[in-house]
Design a protein around this ligand. Structure first.
Ligand SMILES: C[S@@+](CC[C@H](N)C(=O)[O-])C[C@H]1O[C@@H](n2cnc3c(N)ncnc32)[C@H](O)[C@@H]1O
Length: 523
C-alpha cells in the first residue's frame, strides 16, 4: 500500500467518525476497511477514497452502506428476559395506571433492527390489555438500516429469532408458514417503522413522532459509538420523554452516566431511568423572555469530535461555534444551535413565533402554571383572553407543543383544531395535524393535511418530504417518487447548513441526504 493510500484511509476514518459518531480507532480500523471493501465489492484501489469523497451525492449513499456494515443487527424476541419481566410486572402496569384517563401509551424502540424488540413490547401490551382493548397503542421502531426496516415491516421470522422464548408456538401471535413464523396482523399493525439515524436526525420532534413518550428502549445500539455521543443521545431521549417517562438501557449503554433529569430505577436486575419532572426557571431570567428556560435546563452537552473534512452537511451552520472550534471539530454538540430553533417548535421550549413580546411572557407563565397543575381550562381561558390574533395563534401552537411533550395528545389535537379554525392558513398547525394523524395510523388524513400545508405553500420542502413518506407507507411508489423529486429540487440552491423552514431543526444538507437515501431505497 502506498503511503498516500494510508493517508486516504485515515482521512476516511476521520470523516466516517465525524459523520456517524462511531469510534473506529485501534482494532476497529480494520473493520472499516473491510466494510468499505464489502460495499465496493472489491479490494480498495489507489485513489478510490478521494474519488468517493469528492462526490457529495454518491458519498451519502456510500456512507450509509458502510455504516450499515459497521453496525450489527443481532436481535431476538424477548432478548434479556429480565428486562421484559420488569416491563411486564412493573413499568408497563405503572404507565397504564398513570395513563388510565387518556387510555393511550406511546413507546419508541430506538435502533430496533429487524423489529423483534418493538414487537416483543407489542405482545406484552397485548397480553396486559387484551386484544379488544380501547387503548391507543403507538409503538415506533426506528433504525438507520433500511433493509432491517423492510424486514421489520414484513414481520416474518425464523426459529433463531425465538432463542429465548416459545412465543412463536402460540398461534394467537404467530402463524407458521414452513420454517417462517408470521406475526399476526393485529399485533403487527401496532408498530410502525421509520428511518432515523440517532446521530444525525432530529429528535425529539413531532415530525418524527418522538415527543411526549412514555417509554424508550435503547439497547445494544451504542456499542461502536463514542461515549460522549451516546451520552448526548441519552440527553435527547430525556427531552423526548414525558415527565415520569421511562428509558430502558441495554447492557452496552447502562454504564454511561445518565443525563441530567433522569433518575436510575433498578427493577428485577434491569436498569431503567425515569424522567423527573423539571423545575422551570423563571422566564425573566432568560435573555429573551419567551426563549426559555428549558433550553438552558436541558442543554445537549457540547461534544467535540475530531474532524478532518469540512462540516458535515447535516449540521446547521454555527458561526460562533465554528469560530470557537476553529471550524475543525464537533458533531452532535453543534446541533445545539439548531436546538434553539427546534425547541421553538418542540413542546418544552420557546414560543413558536417571534410575535411574542416581553409583556406576553406573563400570559405564558400563567399558562405554564396552569399546565403544571393540570388546570387545562384555566390555560385555555388565558389563551382565549389574548386579543392579538397572531399572538394568540402563536401561543396556541406553543401550548400545543407543551401538551404534546406532556403526552396530552387528545388535548394537543383539540388545541390544534381550535388554532386551525381561528387561523386556517397556519401551515405549522397543518403539519402538526398531519404528524398526529400519521402517528395514529390514519394515513389518509395525514396525506390530506400535508396537502393542505402544500396548498398554503407549494414550495414547502418539509411538507413534500413527509407527504412522500406517507405515500410510501400507502404503497403509492410513483407518487412518493414524484414528491421526493420535488423535495430534492426545493433543496437545490440552498445553503446545506441552513435550517429548513418548519423542519424542526433539520438542515437542507440532511434533508437532501434523506431524499437520496429514500430514493435509492425505493428504486
Ligand atoms: C444489535 S442491534 C439491537 C437491536 C435491538 N435494540 C435489540 O437490543 O435487540 C443494533 C441496531 O442499532 C442500529 N443502529 C446503530 N447505530 C445507529 C444509529 N446511529 N441510529 C439508528 N440506529 C442505529 C443498527 O442498525 C442495528 O439495527
Amino acid at each position: 500500500m502506498l503511503s498516500s493510500d494510508v493517508g486516504h484511509i485515515e482521512s476516511l476514518r476521520q470523516w466516517v467518525e465525524s459523520e456517524t459518531g462511531m469510534d473506529l480507532a485501534g482494532t476497529r480500523f480494520s473493520r472499516l476497511k473491510d466494510a468499505v471493501e464489502a460495499v465496493l465489492q472489491r479490494p480498495l484501489a489507489h485513489n478510490d477514497i478521494p474519488r468517493l469523497l469528492a462526490q457529495p451525492d454518491g458519498r451519502t449513499r456510500f456512507l450509509e452502506r458502510v455504516t450499515g456494515r459497521l453496525t450489527v443487527g443481532e436481535s431476538y424476541f424477548f432478548r434479556n428476559e429480565h428486562h421484559f419481566r420488569a416491563l411486564r410486572e412493573h413499568v408497563l402496569p405503572q404507565i397504564l395506571r398513570e395513563n388510565e384517563e387518556r387510555r393511550e401509551i406511546r413507546i419508541w424502540s430506538a435502533g430496533c433492527s429487524t423489529g423483534e424488540e418493538p414487537y416483543s413490547v407489542a405482545i406484552l401490551l397485548d397480553q396486559l390489555l387484551g386484544r379488544a382493548s380501547s387503548w391507543r397503542v403507538s409503538i415506533l421502531g426506528t433504525d438507520l438500516n433500511p433493509s432491517f426496516l423492510e424486514r421489520a415491516r414484513a414481520a416474518k421470522y425464523r426459529e433463531w429469532s425465538f432463542r429465548q422464548t416459545e412465543i412463536h408456538k402460540n398461534p394467537g401471535y404467530f402463524q407458521r408458514q414452513g420454517d417462517t413464523y408470521c406475526l399476526v396482523p393485529e399485533v403487527r399493525s401496532r408498530v410502525r417503522f421509520t428511518y432515523l439515524n440517532l446521530v444525525k436526525d432530529v429528535y425529539p420532534s413531532p415530525l418524527t413522532g418522538t415527543v411526549g413518550l412514555d417509554l424508550i428502549l435503547f439497547r445494544n445500539v451504542a456499542i461502536y459509538l463514542k461515549p460522549e455521543i451516546t451520552a448526548a443521545i441519552i440527553g435527547r431521549f430525556r427531552q423526548a420523554l414525558r415527565p415520569g417517562g421511562w428509558l430502558l438501557l441495554g447492557e452496552t449503554e447502562v454504564n454511561l452516566a445518565p443525563a441530567e433529569g433522569l433518575e436510575p430505577r433498578f427493577l428485577d436486575r434491569a436498569t431503567f431511568h425515569q424522567a423527573i419532572a423539571e423545575r422551570k426557571p423563571s422566564p425573566e431570567k432568560s435573555a429573551s423572555p419567551l426563549l426559555p428556560a428549558l433550553a438552558a435546563a436541558f442543554p445537549v452537552p457540547p461534544i467535540t469530535v475530531q474532524e478532518s473534512s469540512p462540516l458535515p452537511e447535516w449540521l446547521p451552520e454555527s458561526s460562533v461555534l465554528r469560530q470557537q472550534m476553529g471550524g475543525r471539530s464537533g458533531t452532535l454538540g453543534r446541533v445545539a444551535e439548531a436546538d434553539a430553533g427546534r425547541r421553538r417548535r418542540v413542546g418544552t421550549a420557546a414560543p413558536c413565533s417571534d410575535h411574542c413580546e416581553e409583556g406576553d411572557s406573563k400570559v405564558w407563565e400563567q399558562i405554564q402554571r396552569c399546565l403544571s397543575r393540570r388546570e387545562f381550562a384555566g390555560a385555555q381561558r388565558a389563551i382565549a383572553g389574548i386579543t392579538d390574533a397572531t399572538l394568540r395563534a402563536a401561543i396556541r401552537l406553543r401550548y400545543t407543543r407543551e401538551l404534546w411533550a406532556a403526552a396530552e395528545i387528545d388535548r394537543a389535537r383539540s388545541m390544534l383544531d381550535v388554532c386551525l379554525t381561528e387561523n386556517p392558513l397556519l401551515i405549522e398547525a397543518q403539519l402538526l395535524k398531519a404528524s398526529l394523524a400519521e402517528e395514529a395510523g390514519d394515513l389518509a388524513a395525514a396525506e390530506r393535511y400535508y396537502r393542505q400545508a402544500l396548498y398554503l405553500d407549494r414550495k414547502c420542502p418539509i411538507a413534500h418530504f413527509h407527504l412522500a413518506l406517507v405515500q410510501q407507507q400507502n404503497g403509492h411508489a410513483s407518487a412518493a417518487a414524484r414528491s421526493l423529486r420535488t423535495t430534492l429540487k426545493l433543496t437545490e440552491g440552498n445553503d446545506p447548513h441552513a435550517l429548513v423552514e418548519h423542519g424542526e431543526g433539520v438542515c437542507y444538507g440532511r434533508l437532501k441526504e434523506l431524499v437520496l437515501l429514500l430514493t435509492e431505497n425505493q428504486a
